[in-house]
Design a binder for this molecule. Structure first.
Ligand SMILES: Nc1ncnc2c1ncn2[C@@H]1O[C@H](COP(=O)(O)OP(=O)(O)OP(=O)(O)O)[C@@H](O)[C@H]1O
Ligand SMILES: [Mg+2]
Length: 257
């Protein structure tokens, strides 16, 4: 299977603090690849270096074999790699549907094409259909007309996934998609993500609650103080003594039956 995302010895330092230290990961296409590690281990920073929020201090980031190191977030978005944030950032004044539509492109936005009303009206209708289709895939179609401020924590996470999908991305990075939601909702969120994988999408998922997320993962990378300390199939990583040590056994037993 092809690697969709590769980091080669990515390092990120903040004034002397090495948040990510020569991290090399490879995300295979059409997988649910999970990045775990205790608080402050560098997970978000590594993903930020991949998606252009931060520029790596050294190392390279490749997306579909193209060197995207140091690219701006919108350029990375253009090539089909998007991310959600640890804290969802919907446009709270807008409805659920409008949030998804807002993440799509319409040629009417182009000053050259805008005068031709037909171009953007047709496209608007197509986008609307596609947006509803996407909302159905994450179980939010019945709530399309609600203001996003009325959504619960789990639904907001799903709206983030929907926005990623609507951009036409092939790789979606999710930062703690089940953080702060109850176990049943967490399971629902991850089931939707697993279903989307069947459509060819790839997910890079940062997650703390490894007991709930591990059953959905194809491959796991574990970080500690900026370093990748273990990688492999979930069972192998979660029973790795180095990983157990950094988590002090917390949540790990649940997956090692
Ligand atoms: N912009 C920044 N400036 C300075 N230090 C930072 C910055 N961003 C992150 N750090 C530091 O880098 C280290 C790694 O942080 P990071 O947010 O990547 O960890 P994380 O694994 O995502 O943690 P969590 O599980 O709590 O989200 C931490 O010590 C953090 O304080
Ligand atoms: Mg984080």
């Amino acid at each position: 299977m092809k690697n969709i995302l590769v980091t080669e010895k990515v390092t990120k330092s903040f004034e002397g603090l090495v948040a990510v230290n020569e991290a090399s990961i490879a995300v295979k296409e059409n997988t649910f690849t999970m990045l775990i590690g205790p608080n402050g281990s560098g997970k978000t920073t590594l993903v930020n270096c991949c998606t252009g929020i931060l520029r790596p201090t050294s190392g390279r980031v490749l997306f579909n074999e193209k060197d995207i190191t140091g690219w701006k977030p919108h350029q990375i978005y253009e090539v089909g790699f998007v991310r959600s944030f640890q804290i969802p950032l919907p446009f709270i004044g807008l409805t659920v549907l409008d949030n998804v539509l807002g993440a799509m492109r319409n040629p009417g936005e182009s000053p050259l094409k805008a005068p031709s009303r037909k171009t953007w009206v047709d496209q608007d209708e197509k986008n609307m259909e596609r947006a509803m289709d996407i909302l159905a895939k994450v179980g939010l179609d019945e709530h399309w007309n609600l203001p996003s401020s009325a959504l619960g924590a789990a639904q907001l996470k799903l709206l983030e996934v929907a926005k990623g999908l609507s951009s036409g991305a092939s790789l979606i990075a999710l930062d703690e998609p089940i953080g702060g939601v109850d176990p049943a909702s967490a399971h629902e969120i991850l089931s939707h993500v697993a279903n989307l994988k069947k459509e060819g999408l790839t997910f890079l998922v940062i997650e703390h609650r490894i007991d709930i997320a591990a059953p959905f993962a194809d491959y796991v990378y574990a970080m500690d103080v900026g370093n990748i300390i273990s990688e492999g199939p979930p069972r192998q990583v979660l029973t790795d003594p180095r990983v157990i040590e950094v988590y002090l056994g917390k949540g790990v037993e649940a997956c090692s039956e």
